[in-house]
Design a protein around this ligand. Sequence first.
Ligand code: AMP
Ligand code: MG
Length: 420
Amino acid sequence: MPAGPAVSNVLSFEDARRVVEEHASLIHPNEVESVALLAAAGRVLAKAIVADRDIPPFPRSTRDGYAVRSADVLTVPVALQSIGEIRAGERIENLPGNLETGQAVSIMTGAPVPNGANAVVMVEYTSQNGNRVEINRTVSNGENVVPKGAEARAGRELVARGVRLNEVAIALAASTGKSKVEVYRRPRVAVVTTGDEIVSVDAVPAPTQIRNSNSYSLAVQIQRTGGEPVILPIAPDEPKALRLLIEEGLKSDLLLLTGGVSMGRYDLVEQVLSELKAEFSFTGAKIQPGRPVVFGRCSTGADASHKAGTYFFGLPGNPVSTMVTFELFARPVLEALAGMLPRKLQFVYVKLKSEIRVKPGLTRFLPAILSGEFGDSRVELIPWQGSGDVAATARANCYIVIPLDREQIPVDEFVPVMMR
Ligand code: AMP
Ligand code: MG
C-alpha cells in the first residue's frame, strides 16, 4: 500500500462541503484588469457598478397615450383640451411648462411626463378630435408612469463586486455609460490527469489503454466557472514523474488532479502530496460517485516562501466522479479564486417518476432525466454502469441527490435535483 497522508479523514458530504466553503471564504483575489463591455460576459466584477444618474432620469411614460391629471378623469367619459405631443427623447425645453387642469398631452412610451401630469391614459381608451380628446377610462395617481429615480437613485450600487457578469449586469453597465468594466484576472487552473493506462486523444490506444477524457471535461468545467485551464501532460503511476507534474501544477492558482486517489497499489497522488508536505483537509467524502476525493493545500519550491500554499483537489479518475466532484467541491474554491461572492449549493425539488432503491450510507448524485413541461416536471434515474459510464451520463440532464439515510424513495415524492 502506498503511504498516504498521516490520518485518513473521510467526511460526510455536508461536512466536506462546509470545509471547502470555509476555505473559499478566506480567498480574496486582488489582480484586476479592465475589459471592454462586449468581452466582459462571464467575467467577475471587481468594482461595483453604480448608477451615474437617477434611473429613470425623468418621470417616464410606460404607455402610448395621454398624460393627464388623474383628478380630471375621476368621472368618464370626459373631454380635455389636447395641448400637443411629447415624443421619446423630447427635449426638456420643448415640454409644456406645466399641464393645467382640464388639459391633456399626447405622449409616447419612454417619453418624459410633463410637470402637472401624474398619470397616463392608454391611447386605446381615448379618442382625439381636433384639439379635444375624449378620455374613456379613469386612471389613478401614478398609473403608467415610473417616477424619476424610482428604479435607482444616482449613486446607488446596481451590481455588486463579485458578481459574474450576465446579460442583465452588462445591460446595467451599458446604461450607466461604462464601455469598459473592472474585472478580476481569470485564475489559472492546472490539470494533471494520472494513470499508466491513459493516453492522449490523438494516440492510437492499445486494447487495454484508455483515452484521456478527464482533462477535457475539466477544462470545460473550469472555463464555465471563470477559470483558465492549464492542461499538463498525463502523469504515469510513478512517483518521480508524478511529483514533477504536481510541482509544476502547484504554480497555478489551483491544481486539479484526476485518478490515483483510490486504495490501489499504484494510487500515488496522496503519497506524493504527503512527501511535498501537503496539508490535507479531507481524504474522502461519503458520496457516490466520488468517494475518494481529496482536498488540501500545498506549497512547493520557490512558492513556499511567499504563498500560504496552492489549493489542490485529487479528484477520482472515473470520468463521472471527476465531473461530479468538480461541481460539488472544486467549483466553490475556483469561484472564490475568480473573485465571486460565496453562494450555497442549492437543489431544486422535482417529483419522482419511478421508485429508487439504493444501499444507504452514502449521499448519492446519480445521473437522471428531468422531463415534462410547465407545471408537470418529473425526474427519474437513468440506468448506468457506474461512475465510469459517460455514455449514460450524456443521456442525463441532471443528478438526483439521494440522502445517505434513504434506502427506498417512492414514486411521486419530491426529490432534490442538482441541475447540470
Ligand atoms: P483511478 O481513480 O485512477 O483508479 O481511475 C479510475 C478509473 O477512471 C479507471 O478505470 C481509469 O482508467 C479511469 N480514468 C482515469 N483517468 C482517466 C482519464 N483522464 N480519462 C478517462 N478515464 C480515466
Ligand atoms: Mg489510476
